[in-house]
Design a binder for this molecule. Sequence first.
Ligand SMILES: [Zn+2]
Length: 355
Amino acid sequence: MTGTNGKTTTTRLITAALSPLGFQIASNIYGANMEAGLISALSRAPDARIAVLETDEKYITAMVKATRPKVVTLLNLSRDQMDRAAEIWLLARRWREALADAPDCRVVANADDPLVAWAAGSARQVTWVAAGQRWREDSWCCPNCGAHLQREGDDWSCLECGDRRPPVSWMLYDDEVIDPSGRSTPLQIALPGRANRSNAVVALAVAEAFGVQPSYALREMRLVTSIAGRYTQVSRRGCDIRLLLAKNPAGWLEALDVIAPPPAPVLLAVNAQGPDGRDTSWLWDVDYRRLRGRTILVGGERRLDLAVRLEADDVQFQLVNDIDEAIDAARSPSLEVLANYTAFQQYRTVLGRVQ
Ligand SMILES: [Zn+2]
């Protein structure tokens, strides 16, 4: 399973969805998704009959060759920090080549993302899911021929080469999932936001490939309330804090959809250590104007970079040095925290390794 955003959450939801099978499942649930993490996930569960593996976008082609998976899931593909558009196109082309060479593999792919649809289009068997595409800045061009894509709602098509959004067999409608037979079932998952509901629909499509009916899969998926500290509420000095993780422009856009409405104050935090990407110029790709008029606190090691960005969008804010200063400044019974990778991990440690 791979994609730019939602990998860890979707891996967890797929693992839950497959649990009615009663088999031991190997999985890298904490998001270590390159060689060492994958090997350790498999060696922790040597007798497992199924492995649900989150795999780095650049690593999935090697994994397809090495493991001949029954199902490959492709969520989305957009820039991660400093990737360039040309780089993600090359990545999509490598996915496409690897899947063309894996005739026995079923691909569960997001039809709403043109790059993903193009990459999956070479596969022999594809289950198309309307999993949404909140972030469109990386897909104005047809991946097949480079012409400008026509877009209307979730639909997309290329007038030059005829490439278009494939017909989907799974979709999300508000909080309902519509399965290939046309039956609609309320999702009612505990994880917040449209992006997570889309991830849940993808997980249901994967579960079906393993013979698990949506009602059985959903019963287990609804029990998933947090993913390695994300979405959990934790109380500190009388303030209910909720942590959200977002690593790149597409992730921030999705997270801004998930945060509680005003007046809940929001702490935004950005670091630029190795895993975050050293360059913070990606902050300029996110539109922050919807935060105007709210109580916004800005933290993290690169808070000044974020401050400059917010000023450009006319968003009022206050700088804070740590979570306790943020709680004091928030003067509110609740605080939403949106942080990138290492900033998130630092807060999580201060808050006692919340699960
Ligand atoms: Zn085209």
